[in-house]
Design a protein around this ligand. Sequence first.
Ligand code: CUA
Length: 338
Amino acid sequence: MRAPLLAALALVPLCSGCSGRQSALDPGGANAAQIAALFWTFTTTVMVVWLLVMIGLVLALRGRQAEAEAMPQPLSPDPRIEHRATITVNGLVAATALILVALMLASFLTSGSLANLEKEQALDLKLTGHQWWWDVRYADKDPTRTLTTANEIHLPVGRIAKLELASNDVIHSFWVPNIAGKMDLVPGRQNTLFIKPERVGTYRGQCAEFCGLQHAHMALLVVVEPEQQFEAWYAAELGAATEPGTPEAKRGKELFSKAACVMCHQIRGSTAGARLGPDLTHVGRRATIAAGTLPMTAVDLDSWIADPQAVKPGVSMPKVDLTPEDRRSIVAYLGSLK
Ligand code: CUA
């Protein structure tokens, strides 16, 4: 009786790994819930089949031993035993075929119902993969309500979002396990994924297609919040950047507009209008920098600007020649962009 107990204990750490902000088995969205249900259907079925096979194997081995003792000539077959064996094998083949067909049907039904997510009133988002960050655009019929941000998306709970996925360079893959399954971002084409977040929370997404040196550092934060909170976030994001409030941040703004930073980044409401790198208009409100690589703190922002190649080797952001003092001012400015 010790073996089953040990097996049960071994399952405890396995199952504790099922929850968390980046887990397909802790669903916070309609798509993920269906995929998790399918996963458990498959897992339970194959576990039961495995157990039955093992029990059958043990019984057969025991029977064989008894048979060998009773019958000294194993090569002279008993027609009754032969007949029983044929029936058993045929029955098992039929059961295997039935199980396979049932699992295939379950899989088809899940894919079908995922494709059937109600498509009206969907929030329209365009995600473009870059090596190695996510460009995010919220589209709206009213062009003044079109929003650009990066590496962090906010979604209202319970509302379907239509994600248009594209790539600027190589193939990336959108995967927020708690919310939905994967879909690739392919250069030269547009894939569409409908998702429905159903639980408030902050989830971590990860590029799921190897896309170069910093593939592992291509994360996307998904914040699912109540509609009102989402609307407040959206309204604040739509606004131009806030003017720096301290002399330090003011100096940072001047330095930023004269340095190489403006060659790549946009800060709406300032002279920085380039679109090669992430939009920084409200970078101070985001939880992370460098696509989820570092938390958004003054210290981390400083080390990121001081030497991006040390933090994320191969990244497009160059090391800009700045004195520690200048860097501090720029960090103060970027941190103030709330
Ligand atoms: Cu982008 Cu991996």
